[in-house]
Design a protein around this ligand. Structure first.
Ligand SMILES: [Zn+2]
Length: 61
């Protein structure tokens, strides 16, 4: 019998500062689906540049 099962409770002290709660919320440059121009999309679901969104021709139907 070895008394090695004695673990210290200090392990729980790890901080989770590097967690990414919302990966879909990311500002990055993407290519517009309509004109193909690169634009700054504020989240992963934004695929059309502001200019094309303003014209609103891409959402026909
Ligand atoms: Zn566009």
């Amino acid at each position: 019998m070895t008394p090695n099962a004695c673990r210290q409770a200090d392990e729980a002290g790890t901080d989770l500062e590097q967690e990414n709660p919302d990966p879909g919320h990311e500002e990055k440059h993407r290519a517009c689906l309509v004109c193909g121009d690169e634009f700054l999309s504020t989240w992963s679901g934004e695929r059309v540049c502001k200019r094309c969104r303003g014209s609103a021709r891409w959402r026909q139907g």
